[in-house]
Design a protein around this ligand. Structure first.
Ligand code: GLU
Length: 315
């Protein structure tokens, strides 16, 4: 699967239609990959069995195609990749974690806890203690989570816009725990899936929203442990609403379909090339600092990309 020319990717979670911010990030990922002669993959991040839907994935792919993004085959579905995640998990130093969210919240408020980091409650339990906790959990119908036993405390990544970025490495969750009757109990965790997929598909350029910058060091460390090449990161500014908050569907009329005025039941493909879609593509191009939407692949200048969040609704 490794491609010597390298590859980029766009990795949406199929939990609703893509909005202007998602489309902008997708377009940037495509532009960065194609301008540098890389392959470009779309990866459907559907490991969250509670929030993902195949219909949403289908609509997202349709939206990407409509705005002119093309990708290399195959489209990668994380739900097909369990065997790869299991193989990776088996290679990593791990431990079972029996904590509930509440346990973590409470331990994290202790005086020496580091904010946002797992407080380490289950890291050094004795085998006897673990056996006991396992019994308690199964009586409660809960499954333990699996965490990385990280040896590094921090890791440095290289980012096109952020330079050398050093951040904390946590004992991230690799497989989720939870109540056995909940949909996502035992699901693969985002951090493991992302790293294994990027590694297996030869992704050496990761373009995504800068809300994920802080998770890059732990992911790059995981990649290192698994023997994958560390990708170059390109964390791009997000699109925000008028209040400066990350754009969300509740901001209204933000998805491509809403913006082109989709009539209920109409296939968005039918309006491809239509005026409505062109308006959205023009707006996307303008948000990237490009003079127009024609030949974006030539005219996009990564260094001209505005570095501050793009306010949706601005000209
Ligand atoms: N699926 C993630 C999201 O939609 C993106 C993950 C990534 O690009 O690494 O926010």
């Amino acid at each position: 699967m490794n491609d010597h020319r390298g590859a980029g990717r766009y990795a949406p979670s199929p939990s609703g239609d893509l909005h202007f911010g998602n489309l902008r990030t997708a377009l940037l990922a495509w532009l960065f990959a194609r301008q540098t002669g890389r392959a470009f993959y779309v990866r459907v991040e559907d490991i969250d069995s509670e929030r993902s839907s195949a219909e949403s994935a289908r609509r997202q792919l349709e939206d990407l195609a409509v705005i002119g993004i093309e990708w290399d085959e195959p489209v990668i579905y994380q739900s097909d990749r369990s065997a790869a995640y299991a193989a990776a998990l088996a290679k990593l130093p791990t431990y079972e974690c029996y904590c509930t969210r509440r346990d973590i919240r409470e331990a994290a408020s202790a005086p020496h806890a580091q904010p946002g980091m797992y407080p380490g409650t289950c890291r050094d339990l004795s085998e006897e203690h673990r056996a006991l906790r396992r019994l308690e959990l199964s009586a409660e119908g809960r499954l333990p989570a699996i965490r990385l036993r990280a040896k590094a405390r921090e890791w440095t990544v290289s980012d096109f816009y952020h330079g050398e970025y050093t951040g904390a490495v946590d004992d991230v969750i690799l497989r989720r725990g939870g109540n056995l009757n909940q949909a996502q109990a035992g699901d693969w965790a985002y951090n493991l899936a992302v790293v294994v997929d990027d590694g297996d598909f030869g992704i050496d350029q990761v373009v995504r929203g800068d809300d994920l910058l802080a998770s890059a060091p732990a992911q790059a460390y995981l990649a290192h442990l698994l023997g994958y090449q560390q990708p170059e990161y390109v964390h791009v500014p997000l699109v925000v609403n008028a209040e400066g908050k990350r754009l969300a569907k509740r901001d209204g009329a933000v998805t491509l379909r809403e913006m082109v005025g989709e009539i209920a039941g109409e296939v968005v493909g039918e309006v491809a090339g239509g005026e409505g879609v062109q308006r959205v593509v023009d707006k996307l191009a303008a948000s990237l600092g490009c003079p127009g939407a024609t030949n974006l692949l030539k005219s996009f200048d990564p260094l001209a990309l505005p570095r501050e969040p793009y306010v949706f609704g601005s000209a």
